[in-house]
Structure formats: structure tokens, C-alpha cells
Design a protein around this ligand. Structure first.
Ligand SMILES: [Zn+2]
Length: 132
């Protein structure tokens, strides 16, 4: 279910197309709401191996620091790896290879998201100069 972004303080600009509408865990990080994509998640559970990779696109458009309002990708990994059999290592390698392909897709999505953000910023500037 989409959250009503008008209830967040400071208010968020309208959601970009890549935003899921989830806007992070409640309460928002440091009181700053953010836009976020659906994360790309890899859970590896092969024998004694437990690995989790989470990667997504995020933006803090209301951050007081303008340098931190850019659209960017983030990635987080937790790992506990103990591979007893050669087949465990091969399975782990196969999953990492697959995940690398999914990361390349996130890179393509980030190109589009940053282009959309640049267009939005330029449109805002154009509107502001017309109104001012
Ligand atoms: Zn959003």
C-alpha cells in the first residue's frame, strides 16, 4: 500500500517512477523520508553458507544538505560462509554470477533514475524562473 507522502516531515517531492512508495522503515531515518526502489535481494543458503546481498536505488530529496539529495544505488552484504564441499563453492559461485547480472540491471535503472531526476530539477528551475 502506498504511503501518503504529504504526511511526512519534511514533505517529499512527488515519487519518481522507480519509487515503490514504501519510503523506508518507520520512523524515517533521522526524520528524513526517502524514495526507494524495490531492492534486489540474493539469499544464499547452501549447506553451511548463509549470505544476503541487498541492493537498491534511494534518494533523500528533503535532506538539508543538497549534496546528499542525489539519486544513488546502495548495496549491503552480510555473510557467514563455511563451505565443506566443492559443490557448495560451485553453487555459491553460480549464485554470485547470477547476482552480478542483476547488479548490472540496477546500474541501467540508476542511469534512467538519475536522468529523470535531472529532468525534474531542470523543470523545477524553469518553473521557478517563470513564477519569479
Ligand atoms: Zn517515493
Amino acid at each position: 500500500m502506498e504511503q501518503d507522502v504529504t504526511e511526512l516531515k519534511p514533505p517529499l517531492p512527488p515519487c519518481p517512477p522507480w519509487c515503490t512508495g514504501a519510503h523506508g522503515a518507520e520512523p524515517p531515518w533521522h526524520g528524513i523520508p526517502w524514495h526507494e526502489s524495490r531492492p534486489v535481494v540474493l539469499d544464499v543458503r547452501t549447506g553451511p553458507v548463509t549470505v544476503r546481498f541487498v541492493t537498491g536505488i534511494v534518494q533523500y530529496p528533503a535532506d538539508p544538505d543538497p549534496d546528499r539529495r542525489h539519486v544513488l544505488a546502495w548495496s549491503h552484504m552480510t555473510a557467514r560462509v563455511q563451505m565443506a564441499r566443492p559443490s557448495d563453492v560451485v553453487a555459491f559461485a553460480d549464485m554470485l554470477t547470477d547476482y552480478a547480472g542483476r547488479l548490472r540491471e540496477v546500474a541501467d535503472e540508476l542511469v534512467i533514475a538519475q536522468q529523470q531526476e535531472q529532468a525534474r530539477v531542470e523543470a523545477d528551475l524553469k518553473n521557478a524562473s517563470r513564477e519569479g
